[in-house]
Design a protein around this ligand. Structure first.
Ligand SMILES: [Cu+2]
Length: 474
């Protein structure tokens, strides 16, 4: 009899065998984790302080520079960092209060910072060609006229995103609002962001980035820049904001206690209702927030956050561990009903997109075309709802991401079977996993800003090679 995990691993290995990237095939022979698991203490992401504030705006500075991170025991890892931190510092914003971030590039390479999930003007969106070079600065303005949500900022430079993010250019950006505050969810020290990224290291501790058009997969799972960390928790409720900041790896989060996760939010913020689920799939770029009540476990219990998509041979089937301590008083709540989400249902415009691999050019393409910043692929009208129908005819999954607006998934179709999105995918999204052979339809509306934005696969290997296209909102 197979366990659930063995079954899933078998399914993943069997179904994907033909498209297994080289990196992964090599890792399959690994005999165990590359570095000790659950030996490093969990690191909370530092929160960036504004340099000044006024009636409408908080002002921040970020410097992009080379830095040394201590990731593996006893070793230094040269990284490219925001303010010297791997990952970068967390920016905490309030809905409808502006944030202005002045970024200075002290790297020897171009940069362009995209705030993933943000509703912003094109000039602040971090378009792949809107780079600021070594020695230059750029001012990004974020209106935050959107719902409470877990966003993340990361580099988006054309054809260098995969390398730049791998080297460390990523950080969290949280938006809060009054609706969320009124729910009484776990807050303060009990509201914890976890940026999950996989990396491979050279013997000297340096990052081993090998550019690939298929997948950039690491054999070491980092959470907030620490390998497979352990987190001491009290016996009470915690809120975790999981960000899949990995280049190519998809995770499926589950608890080794076999208890369910209480999912409260996805990419664009709170779900309508808390979704109790045994596991959550998270492809690159996606976010999921959960509440875990550790009061249900005796002190001394150790619970691993597992990755049902990983493999035991290299340890990527684990992410981090919660070490449960004594119970403490807990006035926080886990409401069933979270936020009202008005369903979008009709649109006058339907666009179709085909995701495939161009085997002649060895590139990933959208509607047969690789990314060309001089070409406008679609021209959505401001404020006019659109349905996007995206078909993946390739052998690999693609996390499809659009800039400027959140969307609502309408349905998934595979082998002629149409299914509605599950509760965890029924809120606001900016990235949706499209499995091989699958068609996904979502509905969206581009509001607030006219101009050029990109949409692309968020497997950064695919994005760089060259599964990205451009829209101009008119
Ligand atoms: Cu892709």
């Amino acid at each position: 009899m197979l366990t659930r995990r063995q079954f899933l691993q078998l399914g993943a290995a069997g179904g994907a065998a033909l498209v297994l990237p080289l990196e992964r095939a090599v890792q399959a022979f690994a005999s165990g984790p590359s570095t000790p698991q659950f030996a490093a203490a969990f690191k909370r992401l530092p929160v960036l302080r504004p340099t000044s504030t006024d009636a409408t705006t908080d002002y921040y500075n970020l410097a992009l520079s080379p830095a040394n991170a201590v990731i593996l025991p006893g070793k230094n890892t040269p990284v490219w960092a925001y303010n010297g931190l791997f990952p970068g510092p967390t920016i905490k914003a309030k809905a409808n209060r502006r944030v202005v971030v002045t970024q200075t590039n002290k790297l020897a390479t171009n940069a362009s910072t995209h705030l993933h999930g943000a509703h912003v003007a094109p000039s602040s969106d971090g378009h792949p060609t809107d780079v600021f070079g070594p020695g230059q600065s750029k001012v990004y303005t974020y209106p935050n006229d959107q719902l409470a949500s877990t966003l993340w900022y990361h580099d988006h430079t054309a054809h260098a995103t995969s390398r730049n993010v791998y080297m460390g250019l990523a950080g969290a950006y949280l938006i809060r609002d009054a609706v969320e505050a009124a729910l009484g969810l776990p807050g303060g020290a009990y509201d914890i962001t976890c940026i999950i990224q996989d990396r491979t290291f050279n013997a000297d501790g340096s990052l081993s980035f090998v550019d690939s058009a298929n997948a950039v997969l690491g054999n070491t799972v980092l959470v907030n820049g620490k390998p497979w960390p352990f987190l001491a928790v009290s016996g009470r409720k915690y809120r975790f904001r999981f960000v899949n900041g990995s280049n190519s790896r998809e995770y499926e989060l589950a608890l080794s206690s076999n208890k369910s996760l209480n999912q409260i939010a996805s990419d664009g913020g709170l779900l309508a209702q808390t979704f109790v689920t045994p596991s959550i799939r998270l492809s690159p770029g996606e976010r999921a927030e959960v509440v875990i009540d550790f009061a249900q476990y005796p002190a001394g219990t150790k619970i691993v956050l597992e990755n049902l998509k990983g493999t035991a041979t290299d340890g990527t089937d684990s992410i981090m561990r919660f070490d449960v301590g004594s119970p403490v008083s807990d006035t926080s709540k886990l409401p069933t009903t979270l936020r009202s989400i008005t369903k979008m249902t009709t649109a006058a415009v339907t666009r179709t997109f085909a995701l495939s691999f161009d085997s002649t050019r060895r590139l990933w393409v959208i509607n047969g075309k690789p990314f060309d910043p001089n070409r406008i692929d679609v021209k959505p009208k401001l404020d006019a709802p659109e349905i996007w129908k995206i078909t993946n005819s390739s052998g690999m999954a693609h996390p499809f991401h659009i800039h400027l607006s959140m969307f609502q998934i309408l349905d998934r179709t595979k082998s002629g079977v149409v299914s509605k999105p599950g509760p965890g995918e029924s809120g606001w999204k900016d990235t949706v996993r499209i499995d091989p052979g699958e068609t996904v339809r979502f509905i969206t509306k581009f509001t607030g800003f006219k101009g050029r934005y990109v949409y692309h696969c968020h497997n950064l290997a695919h994005e760089d090679h060259d599964m990205m296209a451009q829209m101009e909102v008119v």
